[in-house]
Ligand binder design. Sequence first.
Ligand code: GSH
Length: 214
Amino acid sequence: MARKLYYSGRSPYARKVRIVLAEKQLPYEHVEANIRQKTPEFLRLNPIGKIPVLVDENGLVFWDSTLIVEYLDETYPQPSFYPSDRLERLRCRQGEELADAMTDQVVARWYEARKGNQAKASVEARHQQDMDRMLAVFETQLGKTPYLLNDQFTAVDIAALCGLGYYTLRFGPSWQRQWPRLGQWFEGLHQRSSVQETMPVKDTTLLKHSQTHL
Ligand SMILES: N[C@@H](CCC(=O)N[C@@H](CS)C(=O)NCC(=O)O)C(=O)O
C-alpha cells in the first residue's frame, strides 16, 4: 500500500515530516486533514487528534512529528538527520524539542490573534520573553557552527526552520533584524528544494503539487 501523510499545508509540524520525506526521496500520498472537523477515521488513527499522522506502506501508524522523523531516519538512514553518537543524538532531540516549543508559542499566539483577543500587555511581554530566550540559544549557536547543532543539517534545523517559517507566514520577517545570524541561516536553507517546495501558503488549495509527491 502507498505511504500516506495526513497533514495541512500550513502545519509547521507536518512540514518537518514533509521535508524529511523529500530529502530522503520517499514517495507518499498527501491526505489533507480538516482539523476543525476531524473525521472519525482520522481520530481512529490519532486519538490525540493532531496532524501530522503517517501511515507507512505496511499500514503502521505513527504520530507526533518528532517520532515520525525519528522513525523515518532509522528506517531510511540515508541521508541521516541525527548524529550517530549517543550524547550528540540526545542533544539533537533536545534542540528539536526547543524548536518545537518555540513553534508552540507561535501557534498559540496566532490562535489568540485570530480570535481577535488583544492580549494583555503583560501576557504579550511574557510571550516575547519566552520567544527571545529560545531564539537567543539558536543565535548564539550560529556564532559557533554553521547549523543549529553542529556543522551538519540535522533535525534541529528542520524543526526550527518550520517554526520560523510559520512565524514569518503569520507575523512577517521582522524577527530577522533582531536575530541576524538566524535570519541568514533561514534564508540560506531556502536553497534546498525540500524547503522551497514545502513553504507554507495562506490558502492550502494553492498547493503547487498534485496529490502524490515525487
Ligand atoms: N507535538 C505535535 C504537535 C502537532 C500539532 O499541534 N498539530 C496541530 C496543527 S499545526 C493540530 O493538529 N492541531 C489540531 C488540534 O489541536 O485540534 C507534533 O509535533 O506532531
